[in-house]
Design a protein around this ligand. Structure first.
Ligand SMILES: Cc1cc2nc3c(=O)[nH]c(=O)nc-3n(C[C@H](O)[C@H](O)[C@H](O)COP(=O)(O)O)c2cc1C
Length: 335
């Protein structure tokens, strides 16, 4: 049993959300004690979206929603960190329990519902971090904002948080905010992307800073919806894609305890669907728009599958929970 397996045995006895907070607080405490000397930074540099990454392995959104633990997480060796989803105004998210471990399937179901301390809080946190690496900020809309005003929330998030970001991801694919995933349909998507691209251009004129715009998509799109995306992304000159968010399907885990909980499924069972989406997008786009793979990367084999399907960068969340920080180093060696 390695050190992480020992820590995991204790953490997995606790309620998942309590274990989450406890482990992140411990990590941040370790950082303050000078813990960065214990960990090596995997070096496997590459340039994507004109940004220079120390290595291609990133932390996926949702683990550090409010930028409270960046320095502790960076210490583990990530080549980039994506915080969020951040909503314009603070909101509590869904009632607990809202996070479930499906240990035998190496999976998680969550229905957090964008619990966020809001853009202003996150900006203050980002001013305090010592982290020098690539910072992605994932933005969303408040629950109370109707879909036909969603653009206002995304523009606000983009404008307010861009000064702190190397890239901004728009999350239009979380299953836990009612109607959010409709924003992936052409009628909503085109006006949203073109408004954000205008904002991006304006920001560049004013501040001489180009902040790439990345779109995070769902693995549950219909074939027609998915096939429409490459042309929309090319027309709008989107800078990057994250494929994918969590799924509402339960393929392969139908009879597992807790699988009937409502929410987004992540981890090992998500690998096939999210890799299919990645491969379809990469077939259509070639290298015109880089794709960041997210979904079920639990070991080097799944990391290799993503690379073969066309991923430029990888992001992990559930794999980190089940495998610990060694996974970052193992995956970085693949590139
Ligand atoms: C508890 C939890 C919370 C998440 N919250 C967010 C979020 O706020 N925004 C987002 O874009 N993705 C969120 N995700 C999705 C992850 O970023 C990732 O795309 C997904 O879990 C698939 O990767 P994985 O199989 O490596 O976990 C969340 C995932 C989990 C497990």
């Amino acid at each position: 049993m390695n050190f992480y397996q020992f820590v995991q045995t204790i953490l997995f006895k606790l309620d998942p959300e309590k274990a989450h907070k406890l482990s992140l607080n411990c990590l941040q405490f370790l950082y303050r004690l000078g813990g960065s000397k214990i960990f090596n930074q995997p070096i496997s540099p590459l340039t994507v979206m004109d940004l220079h990454f120390q290595n291609p392995i990133g932390l996926a959104a949702g683990l550090d929603k409010d930028a409270d633990y960046i320095d502790g997480l960076a210490m583990l060796g990530f080549g980039f960190i994506e915080i969020g989803t951040v909503t314009p105004k603070p909101q509590p998210g869904n009632p607990t329990p809202r996070l479930f471990r499906l240990t035998e399937s190496k999976a998680i179901i969550n229905r957090m519902g964008f619990n966020s301390k809001g853009a202003e809080y996150v900006a203050r946190r980002l001013e305090k971090t010592h982290y020098q690496g690539i910072m992605g900020i994932n933005i969303g809309k408040n629950k109370e904002t109707p879909l036909d005003h969603a653009i206002d929330d995304y523009i606000y998030g983009f404008r307010y948080l861009s000064p702190y970001a190397h890239y901004i991801t728009i999350n239009i694919s979380s299953p836990n905010t009612e109607g959010l995933r409709n924003l992936q349909q052409e009628d909503f998507l085109v006006p949203l992307l073109s408004a954000l691209k205008k904002e991006q251009a304006q920001l560049f004129l004013q501040q001489k800073k180009y902040v790439p715009l990345v779109v995070k998509i769902s693995p549950d799109l219909t074939p027609d919806e998915l096939l429409a995306l490459p042309q929309i992304f090319l027309n709008q000159q989107i800078d990057g894609i994250i494929a994918t968010n969590t799924t509402t399907t339960r393929t392969g885990i139908e009879h597992i305890a807790l699988s009937e909980e409502i929410g987004g499924l992540s981890g090992a069972p998500l690998l096939p669907a999210s890799t299919d989406v990645l491969a379809i997008l990469h077939d259509a786009l070639g290298d015109k728009i880089p794709i960041i793979a997210s979904g079920g990367i639990m070991d080097t084999e799944s990391g290799e599958r993503k690379k073969r399907a066309g991923a430029s960068l990888l992001q992990i969340y559930t794999g980190l929970i089940y495998r610990g920080p060694d996974l970052i180093h193992q995956l970085a060696n693949l590139f």
